[in-house]
Design a protein around this ligand. Structure first.
Ligand SMILES: NC(=O)c1ccc[n+]([C@@H]2O[C@H](COP(=O)([O-])OP(=O)(O)OC[C@H]3O[C@@H](n4cnc5c(N)ncnc54)[C@H](O)[C@@H]3O)[C@@H](O)[C@H]2O)c1
Length: 376
């Protein structure tokens, strides 16, 4: 199988997660995927790029992302920079004929996201967006249970995605608070993941009715001592949704929810049972089946194990638990296998664009106060 040369842009939180995943994927998945060659690492600070390239096993480094994209040995460009840089980097990579693996959300605006999807479509290159929570073996198993009809006909999806990284009202005003630099608030940062799960497990969203709020409106501005900056994007967003299949749903999200660290949780109600999940306990899936005898009814907790592929690529023992970085490794293995033609890439930029459409419909609904329809 052909190997793929990898270039990663960014060495922060997600840059490290991508680098670890590219290092680990071939060891975990072996010859079922092509081997990644760690060709180049880029950071705006070249000294940091060099240090991280040495630590992560990349052959070369650069402080110029355009040099990484045009490097002949790089076949796949991984973009882990802040949201406002995704568009230019992804379009340049596609135009250079490189496959593009980009962190979520796709971009700051719908127009930018559309331009990114159009660029990969036109270039005919592969694309993947970093919606890693749908790569968790427990969530993949939820999908199998639904497809096997274990909870019957789906009637409702109730989802929440909360964290508390902006719950403290004394936190300083940063780029995250500005639409021009961050785009939306909790919607683009957290709710997009929940939308990826809702679409993966239930299907197309047809309409939304939403409300948003900024709860910490002014934050101390570190660049102007004694003064504050006005937060432009939302801390909280709540939406009622209708799926194209008629099912009801809710999407609730907050970046100011004290105590919540990675509370991406959902309940899927079916005509014969229910599935529940919380990413803070990412190795547990809970299943209720109405068909159980009356005296034994209750939720059972299914611990992830080798019966829930691809958990088995990491270890043979159930209940020993995977973590966030293994989920990212599953995503990278999916990317490499997809580029080898083993399966379609999902979620590609077309799918990520649909997620962006839902975010922007939620914002439009919050502004208009009415339901917003999404075109099919
Ligand atoms: N999938 C997930 O679960 C998840 C989690 C966190 C963040 N993210 C996404 O990942 C992206 C990055 O977030 P982060 O938390 O890793 O940010 P970060 O600030 O930790 O890292 C950003 C990196 O980009 C680098 N960078 C900035 N400008 C650059 C330039 N011009 N050239 C090269 N490098 C440059 C910075 O030096 C830094 O290394 C965001 O889009 C975010 O939404 C996804």
């Amino acid at each position: 199988m052909k190997s793929f040369g990898i270039g990663v842009i960014g060495t922060g939180y997600m840059g490290k997660a991508h680098a670890l995943a590219f290092r680990q994927a071939f060891a975990a998945f072996g010859s079922e995927i092509p081997e990644p060659r760690l060709e180049m690492l880029c950071d705006a600070d070249p000294a940091r790029a060099e240090q991280r390239a040495r630590e992560c096993g990349f052959a070369r480094w650069t402080g110029d992302w355009r040099a990484l994209i045009t490097d002949p040995a790089v076949d796949v460009v991984s973009i882990t920079t802040p949201n406002g840089m995704h568009r230019d980097m992804a379009i340049a990579a596609a135009e250079a004929g490189k496959h593009v693996y980009c962190e979520k959300p796709l971009a700051l605006t719908l127009a930018d996201a559309e331009a990114m999807a159009a660029a990969v479509r036109k270039a005919g290159v592969g694309s993947l967006a970093g919606y890693n929570y749908i790569k968790n073996p427990a969530v993949l198993h939820a999908k199998r249970l639904i497809e096997a009809g274990r909870i019957g006909r789906i009637i409702q999806f109730r989802g929440v995605c909360d964290e508390d990284y902006m719950a403290d009202e004394s936190l300083p005003y940063t780029w995250r608070c500005r639409i021009a630099d961050a785009g939306s608030g909790t919607l683009g940062d957290l709710a997009v993941h929940l939308i990826s799960v809702a679409r993966f497990l239930v299907g197309e969203v047809a309409s939304v009715s939403a409300d948003i709020a900024t709860v910490h409106v002014d934050r101390p501005d570190p660049t102007r001592p004694g003064e504050t900056g006005r937060v432009e994007n939302e801390d909280q967003a709540n939406a009622l949704i209708r799926f194209a299949g008629g099912q009801m749903g809710t999407l609730l999200s907050s970046r100011a929810a004290w105590g919540r660290k990675n509370h991406l949780a959902f309940e899927i109600h079916g005509s014969k049972g229910m599935i529940t999940f919380d990413q803070e306990r990412m190795n547990e899936l809970r299943l209720f089946e109405a068909a159980d005898p009356a005296a034994e009814q209750g939720f059972k907790t299914i611990l992830s194990g080798p019966a829930h592929p691809p958990y088995d690529r990491f270890m043979p023992s159930a209940g020993h638990s995977l973590g966030f970085n293994e989920m990212k490794t599953v995503e990278v293995a999916h990317l490499l296998g997809g580029l080898a033609g083993n399966h379609p890439l999902y979620p590609d930029f077309e799918e990520a664009l649909k997620i962006e459409h839902i975010v922007h419909a939620i914002l439009a609904s919050a502004k208009s106060g009415g339901w917003q329809q999404l075109s099919a």
